[in-house]
Design a protein around this ligand. Structure first.
Ligand SMILES: [Zn+2]
Ligand SMILES: [Zn+2]
Ligand SMILES: [Zn+2]
Ligand SMILES: [Zn+2]
Length: 124
């Protein structure tokens, strides 16, 4: 009888602690928020927004610059390494045009009009 009583007391505790463990474990997996933290990159291989649906699409038409024709990076970035876009202005981060005060802003997205990120990335 005594052991039965002990089991009854321990059972809910065991279930509770097991539940807590699995919750904490799940809390470490947030792939989406990690991507958001890294910001937006232009793919150096194709010129599209990195990891977007169009990124490195083998059927896409290529421009003379080697990137996908009409992609945000087409004729704007050098083919090769990925390029980070500024989330405040949409321009390539750290360039002369990045966050320039007199630049025209897009009425739809608030980023610099015609910048690689204009209407492609979210303004922060
Ligand atoms: Zn790509
Ligand atoms: Zn081009
Ligand atoms: Zn900027
Ligand atoms: Zn825009």
């Amino acid at each position: 009888m005594e052991s039965l009583l002990k089991l009854c007391v321990l059972c809910p505790l065991l279930i509770f602690s097991g539940c807590c463990k699995s919750d904490a474990h799940a809390g470490h997996h947030h792939p989406h928020s990690e991507v958001a933290k890294e910001g937006n990159f232009l793919c150096g291989k194709c010129g599209e927004i990195k990891n977007s649906d169009k990124c490195c699409d083998p059927n896409a038409q290529k421009c003379g610059c080697g990137l996908i024709h009409g992609s945000p990076g087409c004729c704007k970035i050098d083919k090769g390494a990925d390029v980070k876009l500024c989330a405040h202005c949409g321009q390539v981060k750290g360039t002369e045009t990045c966050c320039k005060k007199d630049a025209k802003t897009c009425s739809k997205c608030g980023l610099h009009k015609g910048s690689p990120g204009c209407c492609k990335i979210e303004k922060k």
